[in-house]
Write a protein that binds this ligand. Structure first.
Ligand code: NAD
Ligand code: DAU
Length: 344
């Protein structure tokens, strides 16, 4: 099976590529990635010389880049490439529209032109908005995105649907909950908390820390994407989650305990504008129709992840010495320390 994987130098894409190369001797992969601040080829040093793997630098929103790299004979496009961080989309949405919306449309056109038999679109639960304390997201939930990031991912889903309806493209969509695990860029909550806890630095908690996310270990998400690619009927949508809801403060305290760092590092800061209250997935459809189930519990996953970041201090140092620092120090005007916000 020949796969064209976009965004394979990022967190989930690089874990996906390594999982496939380790488990499927018949797979060959083109990793197409622009190497933005979130793309890191250090994630892929283990497989860089594998003859089944090839890296091509290119931008999904540039037609020539995509058409030059997308050979005839590709069995599926697996589309991970995206601007993925909500906070950055609040600061400026332009790159989110260009990569997530225009880039998806460029890839859909290229898939048709090259007669690619399957397009796997990796979407997110955030397209369905925010839940109150009860209920779950399902495949029948309405799209109600709240952040510019979520809006761009919802728009991309509409273009995927339109390509299926209008042009008969074979596509499937996954909507997964919050991932964590090795190689996640330390702007996202879990790697940020681990890194700061190890360094004894303050842990920024947005608002009151009671927002709920539904956490899944990255390999479990990758296995779901792969199973959907191989088994799903054309046009299907699957919500993917591991039934692992946690409030942010609970996640942070679990990590501080795992690292052996004091809870006094917790520092309340201004809330994220438009902060979604709760995400929670009902994964019954992907479990029953595709036969996928998660394998890693939250407790096991956090222990593995903390261990990985401890053992890979150099990876983290390199990730943190780049754009990330500047971004947080200079750009997030709304994110000021504010004990008054803590329990509001
Ligand atoms: P990431 O930010 O770690 O990686 C994104 C990758 O895309 C990077 O390698 C980057 O260089 C590449 N990229 C960005 N713009 C590009 C462009 N214009 N052309 C080519 N490549 C480009 O993201 P991630 O967390 O690995 O997420 C991967 C996908 O999964 C995204 O589509 C995201 O919406 C989705 N998703 C993420 C999560 C999560 O919790 N992280 C959950 C559900 C769905
Ligand atoms: O639900 C899937 C989505 O999960 C993906 O589509 C996104 O790509 C991914 O970034 C993630 O979005 P979130 O906004 O939920 O993840 P983030 O790690 O940014 O934040 C998780 C929660 O922690 C959220 O409620 C905000 C809060 N938070 C985050 C950071 C970075 C803090 O309290 N402090 C922080 O410093």
């Amino acid at each position: 099976m020949k796969l064209f994987i976009t965004g394979g130098a990022g967190f989930i894409g690089s874990n996906h590529i390594k999982l496939l190369l380790a488990t499927d001797p018949d797979v060959s992969i083109v990793n197409f990635d622009a190497l933005t601040y979130a793309g890191n080829l250090e994630n892929l040093t283990d497989v860089a010389t594998d003859p089944r793997y090839r890296f091509v630098r290119g931008d999904v929103s540039t037609v020539a880049d995509v058409m030059d790299a997308l050979d005839e004979g590709i069995d599926a496009i697996v589309h991970f490439a995206a601007e993925s961080h909500v906070d950055r989309s609040i600061e400026s949405a332009a790159d989110f529209v260009r990569t997530n919306v225009v880039g998806t449309q460029v890839l859909l056109d290229a898939a048709r032109a090259r007669k690619v038999p399957r397009f796997v679109h990796v979407s997110t639960d955030e397209v369905m908005g925010s839940l109150d304390d009860g209920g779950f997201f399902t495949e029948d939930s309405v799209l109600a995105p709240n952040s510019p990031y979520a809006a761009s991912k919802a728009a991309a889903e509409h273009f995927v649907r339109a390509a299926m309806q209008t042009h008969g493209l074979d596509a499937v969509i996954t909507r997964c909950s919050n991932n964590y695990g090795p190689y996640q860029f330390p702007e996202k909550l879990i790697p940020l908390v681990i890194a700061n806890a190890i360094d004894g630095k303050p842990i920024p908690v947005y608002g009151n820390g009671q927002q709920v996310r539904d956490w899944i270990y990255v390999d479990d998400h990758c296995r779901a994407v792969d199973a959907v690619m191989r088994k799903a009927a054309t046009g299907s949508v699957y919500c993917v989650g591991a039934r692992s809801e946690r409030a942010n403060l609970e996640v942070i305290r679990t990590i501080l305990d795992a690292v052996g760092a004091p809870h006094s590092l917790i520092t309340y800061v201004s809330d994220r504008p438009g902060h979604d209250r709760r995400y929670a997935i009902d994964p019954v459809r992907v479990e029953s129709e595709i036969g996928w189930t998660p394998r890693v519990t939250f407790e096991e996953g956090i222990a593995k992840t903390v261990g990985w970041y401890r053992d890979n201090a150099e990876w983290m140092a390199h990730a943190r010495s780049g754009a990330y620092r500047d971004f947080y120090e200079k750009n997030l005007a709304w994110r000021e320390t504010s004990s008054a916000d803590a329990h509001s």
